[in-house]
Design a protein around this ligand. Sequence first.
Ligand code: SF4
Length: 217
Amino acid sequence: MDGQALKMGNYLVAYRLADKEQYAIENITTRQVIIVNRMMLEKFRHAIRENEPDSLFESGKLGEGLQAGGFILPQQTSELEIVRMEEMQNRFGHPEYMELWIAPTYNCNMACVYCGQHHVAEKGVMSEEVQEAIIKYLRPTFPEKKIASFCWYGGEPLLEPEIILRLGRQIQKLAEKHDVETWHRIITNGTLLNDATVSILRELNIKHAQVTVDTLP
Ligand code: SF4
């Protein structure tokens, strides 16, 4: 600690590990994880609640480790700006490559304890306007690209197979027109994989599915 004003990160989630005495705290922007016991978890929660990151420097080297992992930040740091910058770098870093993450819905049929999303049925589904905006964005972008990678995620994306199919077909049509090679992948909890949904994944040539089985509802 060098005397500068500090604050707690905004994008932290905590969840209990199978060993019920231990907890993982994850910084979802830096993807850093620390494992703590119940006592340290409470200290951590207190620091967030009271906005007292300095109190975490009282426990040996913990504070320094938390600062290195981005759990504690200088007061003036804008995490949102960092996330935006990373996104820009990702999008424009390789002139002929692009990557787009598409969430057809933020709703989910599971209830993982650490899930930070709000599953609100009527508001959680991607609107037609947003779908059109994606295609509108790709029209002038594809002619400059050779490879385009798409990750379908959510919530649980397979709750909205129609959106995946409709939007995916439009993307493929545009990609063929501009001779862009596409890679599609999906992150799913796997519970809705059946003949119908798998045939959609096949049609889009989704070769990679990350199946996340975390918590039963
Ligand atoms: S499967 Fe994913 S989206 Fe669904 S509750 Fe779990 S973490 Fe949240």
